[in-house]
Design a protein around this ligand. Structure first.
Ligand SMILES: [Ca+2]
Ligand SMILES: [Ca+2]
Length: 428
């Protein structure tokens, strides 16, 4: 009796199994010419099977003598005859295996949708070229098809290699969340999908490792040089436990000029420590949430946490045309950077502080009412923020939901909010 092979583990759920032809189970009846199959045969019958296949016009790709099988592409018309061959034990589809690189179809990462930054949310990208987005990281792979459509420039730091190469992957992933361009059927999209103006500063080498606070202070200056006197969003998916007065001054001075929004990761230690630069008053500290808007366990919690975005299993670009899922406040940060740039591009006359206020006001309140140490003002929201900014004076006028939550400064949860960026005193 012929044994039956109907199981293809990875595809079993979606296959139509058990098309029985003459007692042989065909795992999925090959329906079109050119299907590639495994043909298992009885021991010692390789010769007759080979001859039979060749006669039918099949192309044999591999021969597995040890298990009495061949892999072959067989014309559809020959399948039935093959199944009747007394030497054939089973015919099974040769299922495809892919590099886990998300070649298609295109996927909109959940964090982009969660941030109201997918195209269906409808925030105009017509003016995104007005804002320079400076990413301080491991560089990026400028040849990635989801990134090459951006306006790309950069600065090499000494000793870290070329900004347009990324032997690590972190910077390429961050950049994709901000600005992976819409390539139709393939890849991913970022918060901005029609091409952004990026300036890449590579402060980390291909091992990741570390940079010094002075490297970041210098990078801040290079970001400003790149933006000229234009609006600048600085995105830093990095941090460390020790503050530096000189570094703090570099960020505070630029922010005071009104032409920057500076964004950094809250930290991944899950404790209440401050991480810097995020916990300087001039810098927006970003916490991570998951796809159900719950704080990520690793996300640091303190009164500097200002806003939140997706940071758990975030899908984005990776070097060499690949894609990867990564977790961290590093992944949450670029969602906020991208939203800040997107919103600011539509309200170019507003100051960095006003955009920052609007991000807080437009955020979707999470957890306990009002600002809290887990998620700050809540989940960053591109559409609500963009639409709530008043053109006359750049103030934010929310229409309920997150806007009201953020607006209720003295409202619920008053314990943990000594520094409210909606109040003038907070950011000096
Ligand atoms: Ca801060
Ligand atoms: Ca809250």
């Amino acid at each position: 009796m012929k044994s039956i092979s109907t199981s293809i583990p990875s595809l079993a759920a979606s296959l139509v199994l058990g098309a029985m032809l003459n007692g042989i189970a065909i795992a999925e009846a090959p329906s079109v010419e050119g299907d590639r199959v495994w043909v298992s045969y009885n021991s010692g019958q390789k010769g007759p099977i080979r001859r039979f296949l060749q006669k039918q016009g099949a192309e044999i790709h591999h021969e597995f003598d040890g298990v009495n099988a061949v892999a072959a592409t067989i014309p559809a018309r020959a399948i039935q005859g093959l199944s009747r061959n007394p030497h054939v034990r089973s015919i099974e589809v040769d299922p495809k295996r892919y590099l886990l690189n998300h070649e298609g179809p295109q996927e909109i990462p959940y964090g982009v949708i969660q941030a109201q930054a997918d195209s269906s949310a409808g925030v105009s990208e017509s003016h995104v070229g007005n804002v320079t987005i400076c990413i301080i990281d491991t560089g990026l792979d400028s040849s990635h098809f989801n990134l090459s459509g951006n306006v790309l420039n950069g600065t090499n730091d000494s000793g870290t290699g070329n900004w347009y190469e990324d032997g690590h992957g972190h910077g390429t992933h961050v950049a994709g969340t901000i600005a992976a361009t819409d390539q139709g059927w393939r890849g991913v999209v970022g918060v901005i999908e029609s091409g952004a103006k990026l300036h890449i500063i590579k402060v980390f080498d291909d091992n990741g490792g570390w940079a010094y606070s002075s490297d970041l202070a210098k990078a801040m200056g290079d970001c400003r040089t790149a933006a000229g006197d234009g609006n600048l969003v600085v995105s830093m998916s990095l941090g460390g436990s020790f503050a530096s007065a000189n570094e703090e001054a570099a960020f505070a001075d630029d922010f005071a000029g009104g032409k920057s929004v500076i964004v950094a990761a809250a930290g991944n230690d899950g404790n209440r420590r401050y991480s810097y630069p995020a916990s300087y008053d001039s810098v927006i500290s970003v916490a991570a949430v998951d796809d159900r808007e719950r704080r990520a366990r690793f996300s640091q919690r303190n009164d500097q946490v200002e806003i939140s975005a997706a940071g758990v299993d975030v899908l984005s670009t990776y070097p060499d045309g690949l894609f990867a899922t990564m977790s961290g406040t590093s992944m949450a940060t670029p969602h906020v950077s991208g939203v800040a740039a997107l919103v600011w591009s539509n309200h170019a006359s507003c100051s960095g502080q006003q955009i920052r206020n609007a991000l807080a006001g437009g955020a979707k309140d999470l957890g306990e009412a009002g600002r809290d140490i887990n998620t700050g003002f809540g989940l960053v929201q591109a559409k609500t923020t963009n639409d709530g900014i008043q053109p006359e004076d750049c103030s934010f006028a929310g229409d309920g939901g997150g806007g009201d939550g953020g607006g209720g400064d003295g409202g619920g949860g008053g314990k943990d909010k000594p520094c409210n960026p909606k109040k003038p005193g907070c950011n000096g």
